[in-house]
Design a protein around this ligand. Structure first.
Ligand code: APR
Length: 320
């Protein structure tokens, strides 16, 4: 079988890290695309020079020309601007919507058979707009948010219970914003639900509530520390996990921003839900039973995403 081709649209902090991880994991040949001249070429050359040390032989190419993404199996989109301190993800909407239009049209023209993972914020609105502009089938366009949000949640839970992070499994639903819904009911340490661990006296509801809140503002905490941009190591790691699930036909059950049609009482928008990713792209949306609190919180999150879509339609009248 031919080597996989991975196109990364946006060669900034996340794009460069994605390229590094994809090369280290030998996922295939990599094209780094950006509008900034020299940046993708320079990063591609630097990354190629890791090959002799690391023993990977992926070709890594930098480009400013959409023709070079032709035939890509996976495309990961990070093009756009990132947050600075004091900005919410939603503040990026106007600029990044224009970027999604250019990227969507580039994908439509040159790589319409790819599985597309969007990371650009505000995520739930941008992945929706990217799908609209590209015209690809909904199951082939997905947003990366839940893998990152649940990874942040897991990190904090492992720290709270003083256990190995690999024994922690957490669950986050909803939009990738301050209204996201970390679901405590389905978050476990080696299969033991967090509410049971609280009942066993290993933590308190107040402490877990504080962790839920820290997870919700986890991206902002990093923006405030970095001052010049937003998180990139964990977002890139999360995007690569989704790409691998597709390339390996792994049938992984991951929380992703997927196009929901009826499940969870949501219709016709992208929002974070558990999905199965395999060679068919988003193969299934898994609908789990939620308690009343999680249901109410999910509704708040869905309403916030809907507001963003109204804003997008107000900016670009080609979006219906
Ligand atoms: N086409 C391609 N690339 C573009 C375009 C465009 N139309 N517009 C901007 N870019 C490029 C920039 O030149 C820059 O290299 O996107 C890159 C963005 O990189 P960074 O500013 O380093 O941002 P990064 O941290 O990678 O985050 C990218 O992902 O998580 C989200 O909120 C984050 O929206 C942001 C995106």
């Amino acid at each position: 079988m031919a080597r996989a081709k991975i196109a990364l649209i946006g060669a900034g902090n996340i794009g460069g890290t994605l390229a590094h991880l994809a090369a280290l994991k030998n996922l295939g040949d990599i094209v780094l695309f950006d509008v900034a001249e020299g940046i993708p070429q320079g990063k591609a050359l630097d990354l190629s020079q890791c090959g002799p040390v690391e023993g990977f032989d992926s070709t890594i190419t930098g480009s400013n020309d959409y023709h070079d993404i032709a035939g890509a199996d996976v495309i990961i989109v990070t093009a756009g601007v990132a947050r600075k301190p004091g900005m919410s993800r939603d503040d990026l909407l106007g600029i990044n919507l224009k970027v999604m239009k250019a990227v969507g049209e580039g994908i439509k023209a040159h790589a319409p058979d790819a599985f597309v993972i969007c990371i650009t914020n505000p995520l739930d609105a941008m992945v929706w707009a990217l799908r609209e502009f590209s015209g690809l089938p909904h199951h082939m366009v997905v947003g990366m948010a839940g893998v990152l949000d649940s990874s942040r949640f897991s990190h904090f839970i492992a720290d709270e219970f003083k256990v190995a992070v690999k024994d922690v499994n957490t669950f986050v639903l909803g939009g990738h914003g301050d209204t996201m819904v970390p679901v405590v009911q389905y978050s476990t340490v080696a299969g033991i639900p967090v509410p049971d661990l609280i009942a066993m006296g290993r933590s308190t509801k107040e402490r877990i509530d504080a962790i839920v809140q820290r997870t919700r503002s986890g991206g902002g905490e990093i923006v405030a520390l970095l001052k010049t941009g937003s998180a990139y190591y964990a977002p890139a790691t999360s995007g690569i996990a989704m790409a691998e699930a597709y390339l390996d036909d792994a049938k992984r059950l991951l929380p992703c921003a997927a196009y929901v049609e009826g499940q969870y009482g949501v219709d016709g928008l992208y929002v974070g839900v558990p999905v199965i990713i395999g060679a068919g792209g988003v193969e299934e949306i898994v609908e789990v039973k939620l308690d009343d609190e999680a249901k109410a919180n999910l509704q708040v999150s869905v309403d916030a995403v809907k507001e963003l879509l109204v804003a997008c339609k107000g900016i670009d009248e080609t979006l219906k």
